[in-house]
Design a binder for this molecule. Structure first.
Ligand SMILES: Nc1ncnc2c1ncn2[C@@H]1O[C@H](COP(=O)(O)OP(=O)(O)OP(=O)(O)O)[C@@H](O)[C@H]1O
Length: 254
């Protein structure tokens, strides 16, 4: 996977500078997304979900701006606020929200683009459905799925709609703890598979995780956030060195 996507295309870089108060947390965040996959890491309640929701357009920051390439999505000073459905952003939240009356397949392809190139679109659908192990489940409805299966459908839908959104890499994919409900074997394969698939389709990702191993496995740029502020940003080996040491210590034989 290229290490410079989306930075190699300035029109794909997301820059964000926002201040926002939510609950007891004051967010004061400034960053640029320049790598194919960036992970937000930080304690519960530090503002990670709020940040994703601001990029997606479900939270209106108190101050600041969010810009993708030359497209201004939010600028509080001049009053610009692009509504969620017009943003080049696709997302899957912590809780799977599926249409109860639709099958797994219909849920997964809800929001698919590339109407003008149906062969490529169906290639993406087949690939993602197989990657997420949903082949056997395509005709089921959500009430016949486990929690982890629902989550896989939800993340698969976000991935399909992001990949097929206009040109290559046009949409940013936001994933809030996408692998948290999955067993280790499933998660291992999916982390590698999804990273490879999204890299090949040039779709940049910003995800949230509490899992140190996942951030390392993704080879991601890590943004560490605490109490609403970015405290460190860089490769997992730098930003998560302390957690890594602690984990290795815990795994030693007593
Ligand atoms: N709608 C809301 N009203 C009031 N407080 C809120 C609201 N949404 C979030 N908060 C608070 O804002 C803070 C940041 O929440 P957020 O969900 O962004 O944290 P997080 O880092 O994603 O946490 P987690 O890792 O547990 O998902 C928390 O203290 C939360 O209780």
């Amino acid at each position: 996977m290229s290490d410079s996507l989306p930075g190699e295309s300035p029109e794909r870089v997301l820059t964000m500078s926002m201040e926002h108060r939510v609950g007891t947390v004051s967010l004061n965040i400034r960053f640029a997304l320049i790598k194919p996959w960036t992970v937000l890491f930080g304690p519960s309640g530090s503002g990670k979900t709020t940040l994703l929701r601001a990029i997606a357009g479900f939270v209106r920051p108190d101050a600041g701006s969010i810009v993708r390439g030359d497209r201004v999505l939010v600028d509080r000073a001049s009053g610009v606020f692009v509504p969620p459905y017009l943003r080049p952003v696709r997302s899957a939240g912590q809780t799977a929200r599926l249409f109860p009356n639709l099958t797994v397949r219909s849920n997964a392809i809800y929001g698919i683009g590339w109407r003008d190139k149906p062969d490529d679109a169906s290639k993406v659908v087949d690939e993602v459905i197989s990657l997420f192990g949903l082949g056997e489940l395509v005709n089921r409805k959500p009430h016949d799925l486990s929690g982890g299966e629902k989550q896989r459908v939800s993340v698969a839908r976000a991935a399909i709609s992001a990949i097929t959104y206009e040109g290559a890499g046009a949409a940013l994919l936001l994933l809030d703890e996408p692998f948290s409900g999955l067993d280790y074997a499933m998660r291992d394969g999916l982390v590698d598979g999804l990273r490879e698939c999204l890299g090949r389709w040039k779709t940049p990702v910003l995800s949230v995780t509490h899992d140190v191993g996942e951030a390392f496995q993704l080879g991601a740029e890590v943004i560490r956030i605490a109490e609403g502020e970015i405290v460190k940003q860089g490769p997992a080996a730098d930003v998560l060195a302390e957690e890594r040491r602690r984990l290795i210590g815990q795994l030693r034989e007593p």
